[in-house]
Every structure is written in C-alpha cells, then in structure tokens.
Design a binder for this molecule. Structure first.
Ligand code: NOJ
Ligand code: CA
Length: 582
C-alpha cells in the first residue's frame, strides 16, 4: 500500500553510565576542516522488521536472537546502525505498533537479557541500535488505557482523547466529527463503561494519547530515558506528526470520492502536523542531548513539502529532530530525472544546511523494486535507486531485503491477510503484508533460511531461490554487491562522505547527473540514465569546481557499458548507472 497517499489525502548521572556504554563506538567518518561530522552524517541506517528478519527458535516468527545471529552480515554490508521495528510487549494487532508495555520485550521476540546481548554484540561490531518508539498511541491493552476506559475518574482517563459525542434530531448519538481512521472507518470508538468516544488515528486497538496533558509527555520521556540509559542510540519516532489533534475537534475538509477503505477522502488539517507538536519535539531534543555519544532522533515525517520538512529540523535553530525522513524524494514513485533532481536540490538547499535523510523503502509501502520498476528493467532500475540513495549528500535508510531486490508479494486470498488494513480494506486495499515477507537468506530450506519452521508467519515468496543473500554474495554483478560497493565508497571517499552535492546538466530530461565535491577538491561524478533509450551526455564539471581531467570509472551498470574517458562525452545505455572520479 502507499501509506504516504493515505496520510496525505494525509543526565548527568545517567551520562556517566551511558558514556561508558558508548565508549567503544569508533567515529567512522573522516572529516575535512571544522568540527567533525556526527556519526549519523552520511551513515547507513538499516531498518529491521523484527518479525521477518530471522527466526532463531523455530516458531516461524523473527526475534532478537535472530537479529544477533545476523549481525556479521550487517557488518559486512557496512551499516552503521539498525532501526528495529517495535519489539515491545504488544497484542500484535498492528504487529508491535500497538504497545502494551513500553519498558520490556515481547516474549515472541525474546527478553530484556536478549536485548542487552544484542546491544553488546552490535556494539562490538560498531553497529548502533535505534528503537521504534510509538508515541501517538498505545495499545488498548495497555494498563493506562484499560484504566482510562474503565472509569472517568481514573487518573489516566484524560491521558487519552475522549468526547461525549453529539445527538442528531432524532436523538441518536454520533461521533463528534468526520475524522477518519487511517485504518478505515470513523476514528471514534464508543466505550459504554464511560459513555464516551475515544479517538484513534489508526486501528481501534490503538487509542491516541492526549498530548495536551503534560503527564503524558512526562511518562513518554521517561520511557525514552529507560532505553537511552540501557544504551540505545536513539529513536525512530512513529507517526510523530500526528501527536496533536485540533482542540475544537473541527471537521476535516472533505474531497469528492472515497478512499480504498471506502471512506470519504479528508484533508488532514486538524489531525496531522499541528504546530503544537514542535514544542514537544524541542523538549525531547533537549532531553536527548543531555546524553553523551550523539544520540539521534529520527522522524517518520510524511509531509507535503520541503518547507514543512525544514520545520521538523527546527529550521535555522536546528533544535528539533536530527533526521526527519524526507519522503518527498523516495516516494515520488516515478523514475523521472527532473522531478528527482528538483526534490533532491530542495532538500540540499532549503533546510538550513541540515542533513537530509533519504529513504526509498519501508515496511509500509510496496517495495521500490515494484514502485520504480517498469517490469522489464527492474534490476537496472534498482541499481539506479541504490546509487541515488547512497551517493547523494544524505544519511541513507535501507529496508531489509531492499539490498537484494526482494519484491512485493501481496496475499491473493483475504483469509491469508495479516495486516489489519488489508482485512478492513479488502479487496481494494490488500494491506502491507507484501513488503513484510521474510528476509530471503539462502536456499538451505523452503523458508529461505529465515526459519526452520515450515509455517512462517507470512509465507516466503517463491522467488527466493534466485533472490537471496547467499547467491547474491557469490555474484559480482548482483544488487547486493552493488550496495556493498556503494557503501564501501561512502566510507573510503571524502567526496561521498562529506562533499557538497552539485547538480549537473540540469536541463536533461532523461539523465540525472551530479558531482560530490569535498573541500579539498576531491570529487566523484554520478550519471543515472532514467530512460529506456541510450543517452550521451556532456557534463560541465568545471562549473562544479571539479578539475577537468581523464575520468576513471568507479562503478557502472550494466557491466558491459563502455567506460567514458572524458566528461564531455559519456554514453549511457538504457537505465545505466555510472559513478566515476576525475
Ligand atoms: C507508522 C508505522 O510505520 C506503521 O506500520 C503503523 O501501522 C502506523 N505508524 C501506526 O503506528
Ligand atoms: Ca522466533
């Protein structure tokens, strides 16, 4: 599914301990002059959907010990940090995004001891751990909500968003407004015990917290500290733009037609991206900055434009999120050079010098392989996307399986659907199972090495025999080795690690070209042919401050491409990706 569309139609005492915890991490980036970049500048952060990464105990569900078992793979790939999807205790209605205890591990995924072991083993490999923190809502099974829903006089009643509803002329009670749940139907659910509706932006099992109550903020910051004290590097903040709702509960404007769930299409001006949220984020940033070792706040920020994205960094003050995700580049869903050029340029130039965070894939959207692929040249196009992601001036987010070209495999029968969105929306909305199928490791068994259990929580797609880590490691031309080389280049070349990004040949409708130029003049050139026809380009590298000399090719796809000798004449086969240096 396309969640973006859906959303846009939506210590000091501790510091001592934490400093010790973080001491072993090496600063892996080389610096030019000035203060050294933070570890997260130009880092590669790898998203793990824990249910689907590696099952260690044969129950068909991925787990923390499974992640530990695969750390060597991640280290060899070159990732700096892993973002682990929610692994806290949860009824798993939305597979962990419905948390019932913020300070423990769900038994399905392991124990706190397993978590500490993972943390220690990751640290030995210089891999940091980022947790997925769900602050907008809890599970309806969280003790806070259970108390809140049992009695209006419960001390936590006001921790959630309640309303008495409105009566129509015939005396029938209705929700107070037209707010729609992203998971289908009204966003209001009636609770007889308190004779009130509660608000849920997502599934009804995910009641929204009332962030206007300061006690909620205090409780949530405490949970962040719990994990920071344990040694995590930071958080990916789930649905962070949706913390606040309009205090007056005004109706959202409605557009014509209905969405895939059959609900009216509303423009979310009263339930998403309200200005109040920025105060919370500034306080959160301050709290996180009290910890040593460059902890980081990453945001799930689907936003309408770059100006809004800039606000999430704190604009010129740089005092909000370190890395709000730029969804405007990676989710254009069309391999179009002019669009990608202008979006990249915007995030390079219109966020007050903040560090962009690019992402093309996650567990909520069909795989980039399918969103950008044309059905014929998908393998070449995937290399273009990888090159764009890993050679731009940006921190890069990779989603498990993206590096090997896993495809979206949607269920064909409603009875096989696991994602609640696919259940409520079938058949128009088949949900997100397609991008959550198990990681394809090898051909050792019918479960692609993911599990020893023949029944995995989601089926392993048939294509795993060709698309898997083991066979791609053995193939020098594979998408996996393409990623490994690109990540290696980020580490080895100053131009890619810290260089500025200069767009070249900016009128070209088919080829996206740019230079990355380090302060000492070292540079790389990138040319990506986004068309099905061969293209010859001439790059005015001088204008980018790049010395004009004989080119050397660092990477090219297809491998049969003729190596260019001068920037004045680079001939690119259809969907070619070329990276060179002067
Ligand atoms: C965004 C998460 O990525 C998605 O998987 C989840 O369903 C919603 N937020 C609700 O937490
Ligand atoms: Ca398991």
């Amino acid at each position: 599914m396309d969640l973006r569309k859906l959303l846009h139609a939506t210590c000091v005492a501790v510091g001592l301990f934490a400093g010790l915890v973080f001491a072993p991490y090496a600063q892996s980036r080389s610096s030019t002059q000035g203060p050294p970049p933070k570890w997260w500048h130009n880092a590669v952060i790898y998203e793990i959907y824990p249910r689907s990464f590696q099952d260690s105990n044969g129950d068909g569900i991925g787990d923390l010990n499974g992640i530990t078992q695969r750390l060597n793979y991640l280290q060899a790939l070159g990732v700096d940090a892993i973002w682990i999807g929610p692994m806290f205790p949860s009824p798993q209605v939305d597979f962990g995004y419905d948390i019932s205890d913020y300070e423990n591990v769900d038994p399905q995924y392991g124990t706190l001891v397993d978590f500490d072991h993972l943390l220690a083993e990751a640290r030995r490999r210089n891999i940091r751990i980022i947790l997925d923190m769900v602050l907008n809502h809890t599970s309806d099974q969280h003790p806070w909500f259970k108390g809140a829903a049992a009695s209006r006089s419960d001390p936590r009643h006001d921790w959630y968003v309640w309303n008495d509803g409105v009566k129509d002329a015939s005396g029938t009670l209705h929700p107070p407004n037209n707010w729609i749940s992203l998971f289908g139907g009204s966003a209001w659910e009636w609770v007889p015990a308190v004779s009130q509706y509660y608000y849920h932006e997502f599934y009804r099992a995910q009641p929204d917290l009332n962030w206007r109550n300061p006690a909620v903020e205090r409780a949530m910051l405490d949970t962040l500290r719990f994990w920071l004290d344990r040694g995590v590097t930071g958080f990916r903040l789930d649905a962070i733009t949706t913390l606040f709702e309009d205090a007056r509960l005004r109706n959202e404007p409605e557009q014509s037609g209905v969405n895939a769930q059959g609900d009216p299409i509303v423009t979310r001006i009263y339930t998403d991206n309200l200005p109040e949220v920025h105060g919370v984020i500034r306080r959160m940033r301050k709290m996180v900055e009290r910890y040593p070792a460059d902890r980081v706040l990453i945001g799930e920020t689907y936003l309408p434009n770059t100006a809004e994205l800039d606000k999430w960094y704190g604009g010129a003050r740089h005092d909000e999120l370190h890395l709000p995700m730029d969804m405007l580049v990676g989710f254009t869903n069309k391999l179009d050079a002019p669009t990608l050029r202008s979006r990249l340029l915007e995030v390079q130039t219109q966020v007050h010098g903040s560090q962009p965070l690019l992402v093309f894939d996650n567990h909520d959207n069909s795989r980039s392989w399918d969103r950008y692929g044309d059905g014929v040249h998908n393998a070449e196009i995937a290399k273009i996307i990888a090159t764009l992601l890993l050679t731009s001036r940006a921190t890069a987010l990779l989603y498990q399986g993206e590096e090997i070209g896993q495809v979206t495999t949607v269920p064909t029968r409603v009875e096989d659907v696991r994602d609640p969105i696919g259940v409520t929306g079938w058949p128009n909305e088949k949900g997100r199972d397609g991008e959550r199928t198990p990681m394809q490791w090898d051909t050792s068994n019918a479960q692609a090495g993911f599990s020893s259990n023949s029944k995995t929580w989601l089926p392993v797609p048939a294509g795993f025999e060709a698309v898997n880590v083991k066979s791609e490691l053995a193939d020098p031309d594979s998408l996996l080795n393409w990623h490994r080389k690109l990540i290696g280049m980020r580490r080895a070349r100053r131009a890619v690690a810290t260089g500025r990004m200069v767009m070249l040949d900016v009128q070209n409708a088919n080829v996206l070209s740019y230079a990355r130029v380090a302060k000492d003049g070292q540079a790389i050139l990138v040319a990506l042919n986004m068309s099905a026809a061969p293209q010859t380009i001439s790059l005015d590298v001088k204008s980018a401050g790049v010395r004009q000399s004989t080119l050397s090719t660092l990477m090219m796809s297809p491998a049969s491409m003729e190596k260019p000798v001068t920037a004045n004449a680079i001939t690119l086969p259809p969907y070619a990706a070329w990276v060179g240096s002067q």
